[in-house]
Design a binder for this molecule. Sequence first.
Ligand code: MN
Length: 232
Amino acid sequence: MPSVITEPQRPAIPVAGTNDAFPVRRVYCVGRNYAAHAREMGGDPSREPPFFFMKPADTVHVVPEGMTAEHAYPSQTSDYHFEIELVAFLAKGGKNIPVERALDCVYGYAVGLDMTRRDLQQQAKDLRRPWELGKGADHSGPVGPVHPVVKVGHPAKGTISLTVDGQVKQKADLSDMIWSVAEQVSYLSTFFELKPGDVIFAGTPEGVGKVERGQTMVGAIEGLGEIKLRVV
Ligand code: MN
């Protein structure tokens, strides 16, 4: 059937070292998955079940390695925060996936940022409103190229860091995650049928903070390279 509008483009993230791309279906994000970050957000880092929210799929876009991308400061905020995160890309899905089989679903991983209008997120929390205005700003999900599991395995330890103008703001180890990627996939699949193309932002460590126009962020994860963005 012909479309009455120009077909919207599905976001797709290049696979590192190839001409292939990973098309994105849904973007799930886990909240408070590092104990020290849970504490800095006023939470209790005990091992309660993880909680999830979603970002619109088209917030995710690639920042090619080796270049500085321009990142537009969004509207309606004066407290725009970085959150460096490990991002998992699913090539398989299912419902009620057991933890032991969950990693079989993962195609690859990338470095990503869950950019957040923190003032709007806080307002939403205070007013018991949904989080989309805080978490779903246009372009708020920059990621590096996808590194396939066949090349990099399943990163479970290694440094995850973010600098702003060369100053270290966030630095932790992937092993500090409260819930592993396998556990996140498994638990999430009890709420939603996961499908190929689904993407999971695995949570951010402590040290989140605001970034201003003119500043340059470098996010890195050991084994997955780095992404560099200048806020404009
Ligand atoms: Mn996050």
